[in-house]
Design a protein around this ligand. Structure first.
Ligand code: NAD
Ligand code: ZN
Length: 245
């Protein structure tokens, strides 16, 4: 289906043929809890208390503490075979594949892939005063100074509920040209990512859902169920074999 070493070009630019969307489920077997896991971190806090601009305005220290804990947890986790398989796929397809993630961890990058982080990253700080972004690996507190303007106005560079996800134009364009769209480890309830499958389908792509369980999402043409560390490497090997034929 998707083969050839040099992909189609649109006025000298490589056209995206594969779009892969990942969610919290791909990092679950690395020990990072998903959104709705029973006993997971997100079930122990109320979303409105930590993941909205209003929460940050009301109690910035509480929100910083929450994300500092998430950052430390993500830093101590390791990429799993599903992240590694997607990195292999990206090496083979280059710019003809776009990896989009809703995750704020850096496990795709540490597996060797480049991901478009539509919900931002725990490892970036955003300055509320000057808008600068900065790589950040330690805690952010209300006393942390922006390295650009010097003000003590840093927040985690993650997209909260009610805020606009990042890179939507770039993702929308890729979905228009994709011939294959896969959603891996995402519950498909958080918009706008939940709408990507319909966009890809309308543009003529084959659509596949890879999840621990069948989410019952009617939009996908194909569904692979099982833990991502098993399903994703197998699926990637199949695609690579198909490309090599
Ligand atoms: P979600 O928690 O709503 O859904 C996770 C999905 O993954 C579920 O459908 C579940 O069945 C599936 N899943 C669980 N374990 C799996 C496994 N081992 N293999 C395959 N699938 C598995 O997550 P979401 O759809 O990504 O949306 C939640 C939001 O929460 C996102 O916006 C994200 O920014 C944020 N979040 C991020 C992280 C992270 O960065 N690691 C973790 C939790 C939540
Ligand atoms: Zn600043």
């Amino acid at each position: 289906m998707i083969r050839g070493s040099t992909g189609p070009h649109d006025r000298g630019r490589v056209v995206t043929e594969i779009v892969i969307l990942t969610g919290a489920g791909i990092s679950a077997e690395s020990g990072l809890g998903t959104f709705r896991d029973l006993g997971g971190v997100w079930t122990q806090v109320r979303l409105e208390e930590v993941a909205t601009p209003e929460a940050f305005a009301a109690n910035p220290a509480r929100v910083q503490d929450f994300y500092n804990a998430r950052r430390a947890q993500a830093a101590s986790a390791s990429p799993n075979p599903a992240h590694e398989a997607l990195a292999r796929l990206q090496k083979a397809f280059g710019d003809r594949m776009m990896l989009v993630t809703q995750n704020v961890d850096d496990l795709h990058e540490r597996a060797g892939a480049r991901a478009v982080h539509m919900h931002g990253s725990l490892f970036s700080a955003l300055c509320n005063a000057c808008g600068a972004r900065d790589t950040w690996t330690c805690d952010i507190t209300n006393e942390s100074s922006c390295r650009n303007c010097g003000r003590k106005a840093l927040r985690p560079d993650v997209v909260w509920f009610g805020e606009m996800p990042y890179h939507m134009d770039q993702i929308g364009e890729a979905l228009q040209s994709a011939r294959l769209f896969a959603a891996i480890g995402t519950s498909g309830v958080v918009y706008p990512a939940a709408g990507f499958v319909a966009e890809a389908e309308a543009a003529g792509a084959h659509t596949i859902e890879i999840n621990l369980e069948d989410t019952g999402h009617p939009a996908f043409r194909e569904c692979l169920t099982g833990p991502a560390t098993e399903t994703v490497p197998k699926w990637v090997d199949g695609l690579l074999a198909e490309g090599a034929r």
